[in-house]
Design a protein around this ligand. Structure first.
Ligand SMILES: Cc1cc2nc3c(=O)[nH]c(=O)nc-3n(C[C@H](O)[C@H](O)[C@H](O)COP(=O)(O)O)c2cc1C
Length: 248
């Protein structure tokens, strides 16, 4: 039986991309995004217009799409709820965003010079795509969102991921980090708590599949400061869920 729940979010699950782009002063910005799809040697990137990445892509017309594996989730989550924009837009302030000019350092990632474009690659990412912007399409149905059409100029791939003697990535070895309804997944399992989900006040009650433990049980083995933070967010999930249930 199907129901019509009036879905508020349609993020069914796409790979996370870390976009590196050049700021006006020549420094580098790094931003997680996941509204990306691929066709031939092109990619479409859905980006909100209030971000620093949008400003950089419109001005510089180039970027690197760095694809983190699921095991890199901690680096990605550390720069969630940050922006390279020095004036943080009000909605983002409300969601808990703050200005962060050094996102590579905050993520613990290393800048690696690109061959063909100005912005550097993220050395730790197994797949790095040097790109140029070929067109910008404003979304007709969603104000303040653009689809950036980029052409992949050069693809760098960790040697272990390439099927030997071919030009193909081995899908059995490549384990992309997937963002599903603002939560992080790898290999079909929830792999990490998500600051983005906190910012969105998502009513999720996650259990880490394969461990038989709930998120709470896993947290009890972790760093106490992180535990305090994450328990706070879990109780917010529960409160949000309760109020959601109360309104049905
Ligand atoms: C996992 C993840 C996926 C995201 N996906 C998108 C996306 O597809 N499009 C978008 O505009 N923002 C997305 N965001 C939010 C951006 O990271 C956020 O807007 C950020 O401020 C962009 O950084 P910037 O302002 O430095 O460009 C995502 C965030 C996370 C953590």
């Amino acid at each position: 039986m199907h129901v019509v729940p009036g879905l508020k979010v349609l993020y069914f699950g796409t790979p996370v991309v870390l976009i590196s782009s050049r700021n006006e002063d020549g420094t580098t910005n790094l931003a997680p995004m996941s509204s990306a799809w691929w066709l031939d040697q092109s990619c479409m990137l859905g980006l909100g217009s209030s971000g620093q990445t949008t400003a950089n892509l419109l001005r510089e017309r180039e970027c690197v799409l760095n694809l983190p594996s699921a095991s890199m989730v901690d680096a990605v989550d550390r720069i969630a709820l940050t922006t390279g924009k020095s004036t943080v837009p009000p909605l983002k302030v409300q969601q808990g965003y703050r200005y962060e000019p050094a996102k590579f350092a905050l993520a613990g990632l290393t800048e690696q010079a690109s061959d063909l474009v100005g912005p550097p690659r993220a050395a730790e990412c197994p797949i790095q795509l040097e790109c140029r912007v070929v067109a910008v399409h404003p979304l007709a149905s969603a104000a303040k969102v653009n689809a950036f059409e980029v052409e992949v100029l050069r693809a760098h791939v960790e040697e272990d991921l390439v099927i030997p003697g071919t030009h193909y990535v081995d899908p059995l070895r490549w384990d992309p980090l997937i963002m599903k309804f603002t939560e992080f997944f790898g290999g079909g399992q929830n792999v990490h708590s998500s600051r983005l989900a906190e910012g969105w006040d998502m009513p999720h009650q996650l259990s880490r599949v394969g461990t038989g433990q709930t998120g709470n049980a896993l947290l009890s083995q972790a760093d106490p400061v992180q535990v305090a933070d994450e328990l706070d967010s879990l109780s917010r999930f529960e409160a949000a869920r309760e109020s959601d249930l109360g309104t049905r």
